[in-house]
Design a protein around this ligand. Structure first.
Ligand code: EPZ
Length: 420
């Protein structure tokens, strides 16, 4: 089995460069379909979710060329194809292609995108919004056919914040006839990055990053080159590694301005965090303090994607911490794995209560989704002795090379293939 082996228990020391943002580049790759020509995307992370998205673009007769961290996407030959179910099924972000594709080819048939262990991941908001914009959607057992004679702008008031639905509506609205308004839009930095990319290509989008976004439909977009911003969740993951293991690290290119809630929570746990124009320095020289209550929220609140990493840090904090997961229905899957290491956690639905302990001991752990898997690697880095985290492929969906990054911070770890 694919795994990561870690010999932990020592404070961190070192510097690591933060990769480009997975959750920014995925919708931007979908947006590339709106450009009947070539676009260049720089600082693109080399991760399996990007690989799957490129396969989907190629299945739509786009040409993609990767040169290190730079991608060139040619979508002149975009045509109606059925997207390969193995890639659609694997990755939820495939739904992001729907809005953009309907703008270009008018008909899309696809399987329902993969849910995952953290939750059902429905797409009802996506389909409802597209129907309001002139799309006829025929839902079937395991998928649907969406068709339109031409997208028209519409008013959308989202009942709750959804990053993906906000992105899909933007992608459908950019070339639609007329104006589109999104009220209660998601404010995540990845939405702002998507709108920056689209406006650079000639779109007319106002209000990105606020609760109300206005899109004036335009006739066409032109070719563009764009640099993907650094990944705030990867930066938060390595900040959490320092919370878990102690020590001092420098996170080069970490997007400080997008991490206010994370930095605030870490500071309350006793981390000393400073910044300069290159990135963030994190010092954890004393034992971490417990957090009486940490709740996940949509941006600019504390991100659900760092809930597992902070839960892990709390297992070693001094005292009792409480963390509430308000976004997804099943995102405490790592608790039984942490308990194998001696962590003292009780879970009641959306709330986990953690009694900090002095040390964790190494164990064999099993990842079953991306961010929880990364958190288990952090736990192994902090634990005494050897830890093996199996199912490394979940982590590789979003982290270019977590072992190399953690080795740069002084952790003894590497990838292994373990045969039963
Ligand atoms: C995006 O997922 C991110 N993924 C997730 O990151 C992130 O956790 C999430 O936003 C929340 O910030 C990407 O950007 C590729 P949502 P998304 O729509 O768009 C429910 C990671 O680890 N909902 O904001 O799927 C949904 O079930 C991933 O990088 C509906 O009910 O999230 C969830 O409970 C994990 N119906 C809540 O809304 C819908 O039609 C928020 O989901 C859509 C969503």
């Amino acid at each position: 089995m694919d795994a990561i082996q870690i010999y932990g228990g020592n404070p961190l020391k070192g510097e690591v460069r933060i990769q480009g943002s997975k959750n920014a580049v995925l919708p931007i790759l979908a947006a590339a379909l709106l450009i009947n020509g070539t676009c260049e995307i720089e600082n693109c992370p080399i991760i399996s979710d990007v690989h799957h998205m490129l396969r989907l673009l190629e299945s739509l007769c786009c040409n993609t060329v990767r040169n290190g961290h730079t991608l060139i996407i040619h979508s002149e030959n975009l045509s109606e194809c059925d997207m390969p179910s193995d890639s659609v099924g694997v990755m939820r972000s495939s739904i992001m292609l729907l809005g953009a594709l309907l703008s270009r080819v008018g008909s899309v048939s696809m399987q329902y995108p993969g849910g995952c262990v953290i939750g059902q991941r429905p797409i009802d908001l996506h389909l409802k919004a597209l129907r309001k914009m002139g799309v006829v959607i025929d839902e079937r057992e395991d998928g649907f056919v969406a068709q339109t004679k031409g997208l028209t702008g519409a008013y959308h008031s989202l009942p709750f914040v959804s990053v993906g639905a906000t992105e899909n509506i933007i992608l459908a609205a950019v070339l639609a006839k007329g104006d589109t308004v999104i009220d209660n839009a998601a404010r995540e930095p990845e939405i702002s990055a998507l709108c920056e990319f689209l406006n650079k290509a000639g779109a007319k989008i106002e209000g990105a990053g606020s609760r109300r976004i206005l899109i004036h439909g335009v006739e066409k977009l032109h070719e563009v080159s764009y640099r993907v911003p650094a990944d705030r969740i990867v930066a938060g993951t390595y900040l959490s590694a320092c919370l878990c293991s102690g020590g001092e690290v420098f996170l080069d290119e970490a997007p400080y301005m997008q991490m206010e809630a994370v930095i605030d929570a870490a500071t309350h746990m006793g981390a000393e965090i400073t910044r300069n124009e290159d990135g963030i320095r994190v010092k954890c020289l004393e034992r971490r303090k417990a957090l009486s209550l940490l709740c996940t929220e949509s941006y600019p609140g504390f991100p659900t994607d760092l809930q597992s990493a902070f839960l892990t840090a709390m297992t070693l904090a001094d005292g009792k911490s409480v963390i509430k997961e308000e976004i997804f229905e099943n995102r405490f899957r790592i608790i039984p794995e942490l308990q194998k290491m001696g962590a003292r956690i009780t879970c009641d639905g959306h709330t986990a209560i953690v009694e900090g302990c002095d040390r964790l001991k190494g164990a064999n752990l099993y990842a079953n989704e991306l961010r929880g898997g990364a958190a288990l690697v952090l736990a192994g880095s902090a634990a005494d002795g050897k830890t093996v985290v199996f199912n490394r492929h979940f982590i590789e969906r979003g982290y270019e090379d977590i072992c190399s990054d953690l080795r740069a911070l002084g952790v003894v770890c590497g990838t292994v293939e373990i045969h039963d």
